[in-house]
Ligand binder design. Structure first.
Ligand SMILES: Cc1cc2nc3c(=O)[nH]c(=O)nc-3n(C[C@H](O)[C@H](O)[C@H](O)COP(=O)(O)OP(=O)(O)OC[C@H]3O[C@@H](n4cnc5c(N)ncnc54)[C@H](O)[C@@H]3O)c2cc1C
Length: 388
């Protein structure tokens, strides 16, 4: 029987394992942590956003600078396929108002349980506490509780994740092994540092919403949170790529009012109201007023609708939801096989792509895992001999 080893038990690795097992290979998934898919489970804590229900063209456009290969892969396994896949695991799903797709339970654990059972029924073996630490002859070597172990398989799929939330397993240490094949990591979907004046303290934890965020070519309406460390939350993540790459951030603190209507509100007689009360009555929340004060604003309609907010750079990469960088696409063939290591395929967040939150990340991990698994089967059938 032909054998496969999949390294990393996140969504990408499990998807690859399933494809390999369906093709009749004897599959072992090797995972460094004591249990599988810890980041996937964490993703479910705030609502597991599996994909985005939108036309494929828009879905793919959310992956900036995606290689033609990644576009092809996403075309073959996009939002529709992700939904069907989740349903095949008996997960009821729903689409929220923003098009985000979630399991009805919102959590990842029921889905993961069903998936692990299905993999088990397909004969996939899971070995935990196996830390991949390099190549050895025709095999891959692991640091295990019983010492070093070398495993040789007909095909190998690497799905070790990105380089954030290292306590959940994806520490990016593998990039030292693949060195030449990698682009340096950068944080993606992350918060930013900002040192605040004392008066901001009472607003820590307060959501700024609704707010328009404009940064470079990005413009979104959403919300974010002011924290002791700076600014974070979905609205910031949505423009974080442009912010990281140096574009200035501007806020529209009253995105539902045009300039004239806002001006009319501000022009209303103040009477005995303090400026703060007047601004509150005009619709600005305390945290928005505090932000305007923080930047020394003149509280004009123009300033409220176009407020610059500077920052001191991204929060540490380990806190980021995801990362950019990783295995470069030009080091891979059409099957996501490393050109430098025939028979070794890569999938998931360890590949050099980036996307916003909103279900794009898990979708792309599933899609690339499926593609790598299928390509590994095809490669093995065509070559018909163990990797060299
Ligand atoms: C708080 C949070 C919330 C998120 N929410 C969402 C969401 O709602 N929707 C969404 O689309 N995305 C979300 N994401 C992102 C998503 O979870 C990841 O993009 C996805 O899990 C990546 O899948 P992966 O299989 O590529 O890697 P991972 O899930 O990181 O799995 C990689 C696995 O490989 C193992 N590994 C690493 N190195 C080795 C080694 N050397 N040897 C053996 N094993 C190794 C790790 O332990 C890990 O289990 C969220 C992320 C975070 C942190």
């Amino acid at each position: 029987m032909k054998t496969a080893i999949v390294i990393g038990a996140g969504p990408a690795g499990l998807m690859a394992a399933e494809e390999l097992a369906l093709a009749g290979l004897q599959v072992t998934v090797a995972e460094s942590k004591p249990s599988p898919a810890r980041k996937f489970l964490m993703a479910g804590k705030s609502g597991l956003n599996l994909t985005k229900d939108e036309p494929l063209k828009d879905f793919i456009a959310a992956f900036p600078d995606a290689s033609p290969l990644l576009r092809d892969i996403l075309s073959g396994f996009g939002p529709e396929e992700v939904k069907v896949w989740a349903q095949s695991l008996d997960q009821e799903i729903f689409t929220g108002s923003s098009g985000r797709v979630f399991p009805k339970t919102m959590k990842a654990s029921p889905l993961l349980r069903a998936w692990m059972l299905r993999l088990n029924n397909l004969g996939v073996a899971l070995r935990t506490r196996m830390r991949w630490d390099g190549f050895e002859g025709t095999g891959v070597s692991f640091d295990t509780p019983d010492g070093r172990e070398v495993v040789t398989a007909d095909v190998t799929v690497l799905a070790c994740g990105g380089a954030s939330w290292s306590r959940l397993g994806s520490d990016g240490a593998w990039s030292a092994i693949l060195d030449e094949a990698c682009v340096p990591f950068k944080p993606a979907n992350m918060g930013f540092e900002r040192v605040w004046s004392d008066h901001m303290q009472r607003h820590f934890g307060a959501p700024v919403k609704p707010v328009g965020l404009h940064c470079g070519s990005q413009a979104v309406k959403g919300e974010f949170v002011v924290s002791s460390r700076g600014i974070e939350g979905s609205g910031i993540y949505a423009v974080s790529r442009e912010m990281r790459d140096g574009a200035d951030l501007f806020l529209d603190l009253m995105p539902d009012l045009d300039m004239q209507k806002l001006q009319a509100r501000l022009d209303k007689p103040r009477g005995k109201n303090s400026l703060t009360n007047h601004l509150r009555k005009s619709g600005l929340s305390p945290v928005k007023i505090a932000l305007l004060r923080e930047i020394g604003s003149d509280f004009s309609a123009a300033a409220i609708k176009h407020m610059p907010l500077s920052h001191d750079g991204p929060r540490p990469m380990d806190e980021a939801i995801s990362v950019a960088g990783g295995v470069r696409f030009d080091g891979l063939d059409q099957g996501l096989m490393l050109k430098s290591h025939p028979g070794v395929f890569c999938a998931g967040e360890m590949l050099d792509w980036e996307a916003p939150t909103g279900g794009y990340l898990i979708s792309a991990c599933l899609a690339t895992g499926r593609h790598a698994g299928r390509a590994a089967v095809e490669w093995m059938q065509n070559r018909g001999h163990p990797q060299s």
